[in-house]
Design a protein around this ligand. Structure first.
Ligand code: KIV
Ligand code: ZN
Length: 504
């Protein structure tokens, strides 16, 4: 049976200590309220021994913390820090003292300058002291700093952890303090600890993202037995950051695990955190990046558009609404894009277009994109308006007037040679086609329709749009359109647009 993960947020401690300007009490309270809305299960509110400001913030957040939420403060394995934490979080309903010491051979030797036996003793003493202070009301988390570097002395670490558990720690946190090796190496180590410690001990992981694999290490550690997942909002934290909470939550959700979080709050939280931390969201950041829903290659655009309204999309990990994102998948037009993108961009902007027209104008739009890079929607629509409503070509309409109800005069040029002609017909369309035929330009009209334009998307003066299908000499039918305040002019312009499209 799968257990629900315990999301432990460390934004207010680990991430905060990495900010260029750490948050003050008011700022921490804003972030804390977002964490409550997200529904995280525990929050490390700070490092009370670091400064009076952090101590006060930890006190305040403990006072306002919801009763079901675990609240911790971090302490080195020294009495002074542990006392500070106990004082700062005393009003939380579920207080936790989190103490740590490194157990990696490298750090014990070169940073602590202590032998393993001394470190083990300090760890046990710190946990015993903390447990006595907090009593039955709270709990103790112990972290093996640099656990990811403990492959060579893992058996010793596990035996030390058994003593730490006997001294009163109920949560054992295994940090990848610096991510240096394979995810699998780390996860196997986590699994070994999980298998060897008593089953009632909560195994936790805390991964930094130095090689960009913190999400993977955290997610896989969950499946290897770690229930508490220490994560930070927006992946903030020392150096390349801590594990990004959103990515872990969504990866677990997609894998069928109930996260217990309100995933719909993710996007809004991300925007607030980015602004408050003064750390912009990388445009390609998974899930929350401005570009995370953009498709530019023709194949991807086609798949994305075909599955746009489905929960599972051809080229996205989630439906954006899952994380509260209301912006749709963005279709950006570059030289790699195709007809589907043209069709989507033009029609989403409210302009009339058929797929056949999109196919016709796509090479022209691509040529422009090749020259200048990605086109904005308005640049693309400008080309569409020109190519659909005023396509260049050898034919130019000079004049067209009604002489009697059935007789019309037509003047036009073809490759700069001017023609004057007359045509009969029960309407301008038929008369214009006859006038063209009379001077050697017969055309076959396959289809005609008139649309009233009630919105001013095509210019407020336009009231009529004619749509015709003309057959070219090669038998291929083209679609041509024209708009005008006069229906007669719209019809005749549509014929000339069609002629130019066929004869381009
Ligand atoms: O990265 C780390 O090892 C830590 C511990 C103090 C938990 O932040
Ligand atoms: Zn850390």
């Amino acid at each position: 049976m799968q257990r629900q993960p315990f999301f432990y947020d460390i934004t207010l401690r680990d991430a905060n200590q990495s900010l260029k300007k750490p948050w003050d009490l008011q700022e921490k309270e804003i972030i804390f309220n977002h964490l409550c809305d997200l529904g995280v299960h525990g929050v490390e509110v700070g490092f009370p021994a670091a400064s009076d400001m952090d101590f006060d913030a930890c006190r305040r957040l403990s006072e306002i913390s919801p009763s079901q939420m675990v609240i911790s403060g971090l302490a080195r394995a020294v009495e002074h820090d542990i006392v500070k934490v106990a004082q700062a979080i005393e009003s939380a309903s579920r207080p936790r003292i989190h103490t740590f010491i490194t157990m990696s051979p490298f750090n014990m030797e070169y940073v602590l300058n202590k032998r393993p036996q001394e470190v083990r003793k300090l760890a046990i003493e710190a946990v015993t002291f903390a447990k006595n202070l907090i009593g039955k009301k709270g709990e103790i988390e112990f972290s093996v700093e640099h656990f990811g570097d403990c492959l060579d002395n893992l058996d010793w670490v596990i035996s030390a952890l058994k003593d730490v558990v006997s001294a009163g720690a109920t949560v054992i946190n295994l940090p990848n303090t610096v991510e240096r090796y394979r995810v699998k190496t780390f996860v196997d180590m986590v699994e070994k600890v999980y298998n060897e410690l008593p089953k009632e001990v909560v195994i936790s992981v805390h991964c930094h993202n130095d090689l960009g694999m913190a999400t993977a290490a955290t997610v896989e550690s969950y499946f290897a037995g770690a229930i508490q997942l220490e994560c930070a909002l927006n992946g903030l934290g020392e150096r390349a950051g801590n594990t990004n909470m959103y990515e872990v939550a969504i990866a677990l959700h997609n894998s069928g695990v109930t996260t217990g979080l309100d995933l719909g709050k993710i996007y809004e939280t991300a925007l607030v955190v980015s602004e408050m931390a003064n750390v912009p969201i990388y445009e390609k950041a998974p899930l929350i990046g401005p570009e995370a829903l953009a498709h530019r290659s023709g194949i991807h655009q086609d798949g994305a558009l075909k599955t746009k309204n489905m929960e599972k999309g051809a080229y996205r990990a989630i439906h954006p609404s899952l994380i509260g994102r209301s912006d749709d998948e963005k279709i950006g037009f570059t030289s790699q894009s195709g007809k589907t993108a043209v069709f989507e961009i033009v029609s989403s902007a409210g302009y009339p277009i058929t797929m056949q027209e999109a196919v016709r104008i796509t090479p022209i739009i691509k040529e422009k994109a090749e020259a200048i890079g990605e086109l904005s929607d308005s640049q693309l629509i400008e080309i569409y308006l020109k190519e659909v409503f005023e396509p260049d070509g050898p034919f130019k309409l000079i004049h067209f007037e009604k002489v009697t109800d059935e007789l019309f005069n037509l003047g036009f040029s073809y490759h700069d040679k001017v023609y004057e002609s007359q045509g009969h017909g029960n309407g301008p369309l038929a008369a214009c086609l006859q006038a063209l035929e009379n001077v050697g330009f017969p055309q076959k009209l396959l289809h005609y329709e008139q649309q009233a334009i009630d919105e001013d998307v095509l210019g407020s003066a336009a009231i009529a749009m004619s749509i015709i299908h003309l057959e070219g000499l090669n038998g291929e039918a083209v679609i041509a359109r024209a708009k005008d305040t006069s229906t007669m002019k719209a019809n005749v312009h549509a014929i000339f647009n069609g002629l130019n499209i066929i004869n381009k």
